[in-house]
Design a protein around this ligand. Structure first.
Ligand SMILES: [Zn+2]
Length: 485
């Protein structure tokens, strides 16, 4: 089989093999990594072959005013989203092979008109070097090592500053309040050290779950029933924070000191450069992929069943499996009445003990005086296992290094942007022999990206159920931004 460490190692190695372009400057810049790994279990031997089919890095997200109605900008460049979009490119190529009668290692013909299914033994898992932003990041803090932010103060952070484009609210707050944060952080750490010298199990305080390992078993389990009484004393002194804000119209964060800072379970939007974005947090997107699949509306035309990640593996970082489960599984686990082809199949949640060498923590360790302030890397790298142009490096939603003059032209587009993914889908449709065309694409006048997405009926029905039953506050996409073709 495979272990979480093997998966992490494989993904870090794949990243290491990529060219320098778009990679963080060692010791000064950091980034986040995510990947989709294909697993192939061989029928006879039982042996599992692992292959990274898509990899993404990135920490940024553009604000709503920078969005384009031509579908030519990448709105969300968090590593998870880049990895998933690269995977769509990969799946489109494999479907292309399949419809052209070439052998695909991923798909084989299903028993329905124009539909395909995974080859026997093939499955996918998702790797991320870090806990996804949003709900999964609201983790109880347990020790000073994993305490990257200053103590919580009951004030609303100022809005509209240009910080917070990174995934974690932790760094964002630190960056926002440089002197302030430093001054108040010190006593906090001292206080924590004193805490740690006290006997570990004081009877009246339940030890919060470890935030750095995935073991459920505490070495000192609570000794008495008293320990289970929540009213005795606060169970967690503080939580890690996320920079993602609750979506409008629902419960807001209470911003109370300590563990009461955030509302748990809420949908959140990513912070952008000085303005709110319309991109949901990675926790929310993973939860959505857990119900609708990660193939998206377009490829659903061709697939009998939605594609789900069998596991989500997180690299070494602050992590809580309990919180992760709430964020990506439990929030949707009651959803019912899904159309055929969709099912709730919760991924296994695992953590590796191996840290990404370009993580924020590793960068801080390698940082040397005179190198300048540590910051998240501005570029996003996508690599996926396709024959044409597997590498796609972007910054601010466009191809990395394009001139201002070229912005808005096809040359400046990322291969992962909506219009490019749409065009590769249209190539798949034209490569499909009319007799093999899925029913949902037959006899219809479809023109725009919006039309093709709406025509994916089962997917839209599943989305409606998910929205009604679990995420009524999920912002509706602006149709005006999706009418390109
Ligand atoms: Zn994210």
């Amino acid at each position: 089989m495979w272990t979480a460490d093997e998966i992490a190692k494989l993904c870090y190695e794949r990243f290491h093999e990529l060219p320098r372009r778009g990679k963080p400057e060692p010791g000064r810049e950091w980034t986040l990594l995510a990947a989709v790994v294909k697993l192939t279990q061989h029928v006879n031997t039982g042996k599992v072959e692992k292959e990274v089919v898509s990899l993404g890095t990135g920490t940024k997200c553009i604000g709503h005013t920078a969005m384009s109605s031509n579908g030519d900008v990448l709105n969300d460049s968090h590593a998870e989203v880049i990895a998933r979009r690269g995977c769509i490119r990969y799946l489109t190529q494999e479907l292309n092979r399949a419809v052209c009668g070439q052998h695909s290692l991923v798909f084989c013909q299903a028993d329905q008109q124009g539909k395909w299914r995974l080859q026997p033994g093939v499955s996918f898992l998702f790797f991320t070097s870090h806990t996804p932003c949003g709900d999964a990041s609201i983790i109880p803090m347990t020790n000073s090592q994993s305490q990257p932010c200053p103590p919580v103060r009951p004030v609303k952070p100022p809005e509209g500053t240009d910080e917070g484009i990174d995934r974690g609210g932790n760094l964002k707050r630190k960056a926002k309040e440089p002197s302030d944060g430093r001054n108040i952080k010190l006593p906090r750490l001292e206080e924590q050290e004193t805490e740690e010298k006290k006997p570990k199990n004081r009877g009246d305080t339940k030890q919060p779950e470890s935030s750095t390992s995935n073991t459920d078993e505490s070495e000192d389990p609570p000794q008495s029933d008293v320990a289970e009484t929540p009213a005795e004393s606060p169970q967690v002194p503080d939580v890690h924070r996320t920079g993602a804000k609750c979506v409008p119209g629902g419960p807001a964060d209470l911003l109370h000191p300590g563990a009461g800072y955030h509302s748990a379970g809420a949908l959140r939007v990513k912070p952008g450069r000085g303005e709110p974005t319309l991109s949901l947090s990675c926790s929310d997107k993973l939860a959505r992929w857990g119900v609708l699949g990660f193939q998206g509306a377009l490829l659903s035309h061709y697939l009998r069943d939605a594609l789900y990640f069998g596991a989500v593996v997180v690299g070494k970082c602050p992590y809580s499996r309990e919180v992760m489960r709430r964020a990506v599984v439990t929030r949707c686990s009651h959803v019912s009445d899904l159309p055929a082809g969709f099912l709730l199949c919760p991924p296994a949640l695992l953590q590796s003990g191996l840290e990404f060498p370009c993580s924020q923590a590793q960068t801080e360790l390698q940082h040397q005086a005179g190198q300048g302030r540590i910051s998240p890397c501005g570029a996003a790298i996508s690599w996926c296992n396709v024959t044409e142009q597997p590498l796609d490096v972007t910054a601010n939603g466009y191809k990395h290094g394009v001139t201002k003059k070229a912005l808005g032209t096809a040359k400046a587009r990322s291969l992962l942007c909506k219009v490019e993914l749409f065009h590769s889908f249209l190539s798949l449709v034209s490569a499909t022999d009319p007799s093999l065309l899925p029913n949902s694409l037959r006899g219809k006048e479809l023109h725009s990206y919006w039309d093709y997405k709406q025509a994916s009926q089962s997917y839209q029905q599943a989305w409606q159920q998910l929205r009604d039953q679990a995420f009524p506050l999920w912002p509706r996409s602006d149709r005006g931004l999706l009418l390109f073709h």
